[in-house]
Each structure stands twice: as structure tokens, then as C-alpha cells.
Design a protein around this ligand. Sequence first.
Ligand SMILES: Nc1ncnc2c1ncn2[C@@H]1O[C@H](COP(=O)(O)OP(=O)(O)OP(=O)(O)O)[C@@H](O)[C@H]1O
Ligand SMILES: [Mg+2]
Length: 641
Amino acid sequence: MTEKELVIDDIITDAMATPSPAKSMGDPGITPLSPTHVLKDSEENEPTRHPYVVVVAIDFGTTSSGYAYAFTKEPECIHTMRRWEGGDPGVSNQKTPTTILLTPDKKFHSFGYAARDFYHDLDPAESKQWLYLEKFKMKLHTTANLSIDTDLHAANGKKVKALDIFAYALAFFKEQALKELSDQAGADFDNADVRWVITVPAIWKMPAKQFMREAAYKAGLVSRDNPDQLIIALEPEAASIYCRKLRLHQMVDLGTKTALNGYSPTENIGVGTAQGDRYVVVDCGGGTVDLTVHQIRLPEGHLKELYKASGGPYGSIGIDYEFEKLLCKIFGQDFIDQFKIKRPAAWVDLMIAFESRKRAATPDRSNPLNINLPFSFIDYYKKFRGHSVEHALRKSNVDFVKWSSQGMLRMSPDAMNALFKPTIDHIIQHLTELFERPEVTDIKFLFLVGGFAESPLLQQAVQKMLQGRSRIIIPHDVGLTILKGAVLFGLDPSVIKVRRSPLTYGVGVLNRFIEGKHPPEKMLVKDGTRWCTDVFDTFISADQSVALGETVKRSYTPAKPSQQVIVIHVYCSEKESVSFISDPGVRKCGTLKLDVSGTESPATRREIQTLMQFGDTEIRAMAIDVATSRSVKASIDFLSQ
Ligand SMILES: Nc1ncnc2c1ncn2[C@@H]1O[C@H](COP(=O)(O)OP(=O)(O)OP(=O)(O)O)[C@@H](O)[C@H]1O
Ligand SMILES: [Mg+2]
């Protein structure tokens, strides 16, 4: 018995948001014919035997990016990208900075250290014309109505399309990786032989993930006709895939602060208990801190997600912003704003200088940290204010920052710790809440990965919070954990068998009105039958577990035989249970499009069976015309509303 009896389509769903019975009933188009079915298709769970020669994973980070690869014939051998020239004093980096430079006419010029060095050497008057961008990945997380047309601002304040920037960056990596592969092979390497993997934070919403995919199409990484050549991997998941394979000598146990020697070097960390270990992976990056809770399922070591991905924008650049705020406090916001626009290259220098001092911060440090102020800062400040930097420091009531005679800011360790505090507090609060959840009990290990995981201040705070409840493990190559895991994921995406839906998804439908159950204001009468509008037909609930390959089935039928496309609005909510699409917190988030053109059939009532998968890193839809068994083009779009 099903309750869902009638009617949704484009027109109706819109009307339902603001109930208007007459309009709604004008064109009752799509009928869900069948009740909710969740099918388990065990066939889908077989590891994919793909036709690719190599898997290349790109970790597109907020502050640093890179790629790694493995040949499918030799999956145990993961190669990390060739080292680039350049580098920063006092900062060791395995990835390259996510910085991009465009010429004044908005053409791609360079990426990474090359972009930074070139920009730095430009004449100040000229540099104002060039477009330099960094830390721009966060825009995809923070923009509420992300679209294909979303803009970014370069250092000089000029606008550029975010899609172009992401596409330029991906095209750069494509070229680098193919060049490296060609050099290795001694012949041109064909892009068709590459399975591409791009990592994104697990907490990213669907629009951001789709944006990355669109950028990959634009960059020519893969074509829209062959979407499976690209997989979107989730950063903490990738880390988890790698961590579960770690040998004990490849990590540091923070509890003992020693490399884990004395154990058998062939023993894997996770595989060891009959039930399968439960662990948390915390990816502490530049922009986001992203967590996933996994359980290992024996005997194959497959992974099951125990709690939906969580985290937030608590990455290490939060500390950079605190530093900027401190500068504003000392020198004035108006000056800093002007300086950034007028002397953009000097601002970049200053932040590079800060970066190395930031990395030197430790809980037990007692001597101050010196930050070199660029000459251009000192000079411009004098012109701007008419007095010296030294004077500003003396006048300001920030007493833990002093001026050193060598032209440096002297920050006391307390001052540096204060810059870390808001960011670390966020992370600790999040972890505390996560560990209070019933799903998150008996956690054997907590893996700290990502560049920020190297911070002794963060390590100490996490250790204090956990109080020995789980062992804190830091892999030796924290910075590359995600990249290596992403390659492993590309080799076998079926390793993660069960995920948790981050949100509740569904569509609006009409149900037969039931007195006492449905609120009277939702009632609508048509041809003597009473209907309840706005009913939320749940496809999947937030935190519901869903196996890879599991599908949610719905049937829809076009309103008129001549109809070419069926468009259905998809709604989502953070809440686990939703009754109506008008409930607080429910928002329209995408559209399901069924292209039924060219599939006309003699059947009077065409049933388009739609299968949706929520167990993957992206939501996928497939559809067939039941009468003819012909496949119908189905897509879910989260970027244009
Ligand atoms: N010792 C340290 N103390 C504080 N921060 C550090 C330290 N070492 C590295 N970081 C920070 O880690 C960040 C880089 O880490 P990572 O490469 O994992 O980030 P990302 O991948 O660029 O960002 P995201 O994953 O959020 O997009 C930088 O912001 C850097 O300042
Ligand atoms: Mg990262």
C-alpha cells in the first residue's frame, strides 16, 4: 500500500511552495506509480575492472595542491608528483601552493611557485594589472548560491569567473601529469588511458562537488560524454583508505610520541580485531577541517561510514586571518585594505613570512617569533599615515607585539598562541560534540592528517580533549596522505561500501488528504477529491546509511505525450525527518531532469522509472522508459536554480 498517489511536476512543485490550488491542479503531470524501493544490487559492489592504464589523483587544496598516480598494473606503487622548483624559506612542502596568475587580459600565465615568483618580480605598477589568486577554494564552500557564474576576486580586486580559475588550475595539473607520464613512458601518454580523481572536502555540498566536475569538463580532463572517467573523492575518506593500510612503522603515536617500533612492521594498523576497528580521521587542511568515522569490515578491509561527514571551515588559514586582524588592530584596517590593493606582492611576501613563523609555534616555546616586515610595508605606512611603523606599534595597545631594531615584528609566544586559539577551539568543540554522539563510541584510533596536523599546538589540544580515549596517530607523510589515499580510491572506488547521507533529500508530492493527519491549510480539492499539498517524499534521510549501488526507485510519467523533458525540483534539509517541503530548514537544492525526447512510445501512460544512487560521493540518477525498456537521459543538477 502506498500513500503517494499523485502528482508532481515542475509547475506543480513550484505552486506547492506557495499553495495555489487552482494553478496546481491545472496540469497534474507526474505520478509516482510505485512506493519507495531501496534495491540492493550486489552486482554493483564488485570491484570495477576499469580500462584505464593509470589513476591520477589531484588534491586541489585551499593552500597547496598536487597530484599522485599509480599504474593499474602496479597498484601498490604510488608515485607522487615531481618536485617543483621554488619553495619557501622555513617551510617544507610536498605539494605546491594553490596560487594562480593571469595576465592583464585574463589569460592563464602560471601556477604555484612560478606564479608567485613571477608576480613578486613584476614592477609594482604593472603588478596591479595582473590577476593573482590564492586561497580561492574556500569560495565554493562559503558561497550560498553557488553557480556556474560565481565570481572570484583577484588580489588587485578585479573579478574573474571562478569556473575559469578552477578549470585553469585543473588544466595545469592535467598537463603536468601527462608530461610526467609521457616522460616515463618515452612516448605521448593518451588522456583516455587516465582515470582522474579529484579530492574535495567531505562536508562540501552537492553544488560545490558539481562545480568541481564542471571545471574538470571545462579543463578537458574528461568529457561530459564520459563522466565516469572522473571520480570525485572525499578528502577524509581518501585519508582513511590510506591510513587503514598503514604499517606501524609509518606513523607516530602521539601518546608515546615515538614512531611505532617494536611491532611487526607488516602488521596493519586497523585490521586486527574480529569486529573491525572503529576510527576517526580528521583532515586538518588549510581551509577546512573534515572528519569521517569509519569501521573496517573484515575480511577484505572494506570500510563502512558510521556517522555522516562533519567538520567546518576551521582550517589553518583561520590563523592567517587572525594575524591579519592583529595587523589591522595595530596599523588600522583602512591601511591594511589599501596596502593589500596597492602593494599586493608585498602583502604576499608578508604572509609567506608569517607562514614560516606560524609553523614554528609550539606549546613549550618561550622565546619570541620574529616576522620580517617588507620594506614596502614600512615605506607605504609612512606615506599613508605620516608616522613610522615603530610609532604605530608603540601607540597601539597590543603589548605582546614589539618592534625589533632589525625591522621585524617580535611576537611573544602568547601572541602567537592567541592567533591559533579561535581556530583550535572550533576544532576541539567539534571533536567534543562528535565524540558525544552514540554512533561514535569505542573509537580505537584518531588519525590526524593534512598539513595543519603537523602543528604541535593542535596536536596537544586534541590530546588533551581525548584524554586517552583513543590513540592519536599521525602518519609520517601527513601532507600526502590524502593524495595517496585518493589514488587507492581511484583504483578501487568500491572499497567504501557504506556511507551516510549528509542531508535529507526528497521531492514535493500530493497525497490523499487524511483528516486529522494533514493540516487543513495544506488541503486542495480537485474533481471532488481532497489532496494534501507540499508533502515531502523522502528519498533518503540525513545520516541514513546507504550501501554502494543501492538505489532509490521512483516512477514518473509525463503530463502530456508530447512532453520532452520532465523537471522535478529536489529539496534537502539538515533535519533527519521532514514532513512538508515548506518545513523550516527545507530548501530547494537542485533539479532532477528526465529527457524523454525521442522516446515516444505507443503506451498511453508512459512510466519513466528513475533510479537514484545516494551511496556514492556524488548523487546519480538513471532512468528507463518501462514500456520500451529504452534508457532515458537523467541528470541531477545542483548548480542552476
Ligand atoms: N606546523 C604547522 N602549524 C600550523 N599550520 C600548519 C603547520 N604546517 C602546515 N600548516 C598549515 O596547513 C595548511 C596546509 O595543509 P594542507 O595542504 O593539508 O591544506 P590544503 O589541502 O591546502 O587545504 P584544504 O584541504 O582545507 O583545502 C596550510 O594552511 C599551512 O599553513
Ligand atoms: Mg587538503
